[in-house]
Design a protein around this ligand. Structure first.
Ligand code: SF4
Length: 250
């Protein structure tokens, strides 16, 4: 029998993920691109002035055959997701279950703090959402740069960072399995240069901008669906001017 196909948006509570894993469901992370279609197709249901993550959610839901959807709509995600839940409910025949993830048992953040390509770190953290297991106990490295924010829609902006970049913000909360932990989300390192990233049209851009303003060596960066050359050039220039060695030896 084919496995039950369950879409998730945000980080559903651990009990939900445990139940899905025990039932051998196929978990599809709708926050990530799962279909090769133009994101503009989602604009029939969701305005273009919405973040690229939720536009991706709607696009995925339009084309994937789903048996059920769990969407986190509490403080661990955002109000925009709450409204997208209503859209999903109207467009799908599958049940759309709203969750409020207030899990507060910390799982640790070894991936965010280890030496590894930043792209691979983000892949590992986002894959961890579909699992109830903590990450392997990786050695922490001394950080030379920081990336604060949600996992970007376009991972190509991660290329310029050195392998010794530590991840902060909501992505760190994701790995810790405490997505509503605002204290952890606002934690930064003032001793290293940091990029404060937000998706365009995301409410977290206020927090990213605020934290960047208070940080001694910060770049606030806002990107939409694709990052483009100018965003990548800004990151490269910022790291270079901050004296950060890039590449694997960085
Ligand atoms: S990027 Fe911002 S607005 Fe979009 S889903 Fe994430 S928290 Fe919500």
């Amino acid at each position: 029998m084919a496995p039950i196909r369950v879409g998730i948006v945000g980080v559903p509570p651990l009990d939900v993920i445990r139940e899905l894993c025990e039932a051998d469901c196929r978990i599809l992370d709708l926050d990530e691109p799962q279909v090769h279609k133009s994101i503009d197709l989602s604009s029939e249901l969701l305005p273009r002035v919405y973040c690229a993550i939720l536009r991706t959610v709607v696009l995925n839901a339009m084309f994937l055959d789903l048996d059920r959807v769990y969407i986190d709509v509490g403080p661990g995600k955002c109000d925009c997701a709450l409204h997208v839940a209503s859209i999903l409910e109207e467009m799908l025949t599958a049940p759309v279950i709203r969750t409020t993830n207030l899990d507060n048992q910390p799982f640790g953040t070894p991936i965010c703090r280890t030496r590894m390509k930043l792209f691979d770190k983000f892949m590992a953290v986002t894959a961890g959402v579909r699992s109830v297991k903590p990450a392997d106990n990786l050695e922490p490295c001394t950080p030379t740069a920081g990336f604060w924010g949600v996992p970007p829609r376009d991972f190509s902006i991660l290329e310029a960072f050195p392998d010794t970049t530590h991840i902060y913000g909501w992505t760190r909360c994701m790995e810790n399995k405490t997505p509503a932990d605002l204290e952890l989300e606002t934690h930064v390192n003032p001793d290293i240069p940091m990029v404060f990233f937000s998706q365009s049209f995301c409410a977290k851009s206020a927090l990213a901008h605020h934290l960047a303003r208070l940080h001694p060596r910060a770049l606030f960066l806002d990107c939409d669906v694709t990052a483009g050359n100018s965003a990548r050039a800004k990151i490269e220039a910022f790291l270079e001017l901050s004296g950060v060695p890039t590449g694997p030896e960085g």
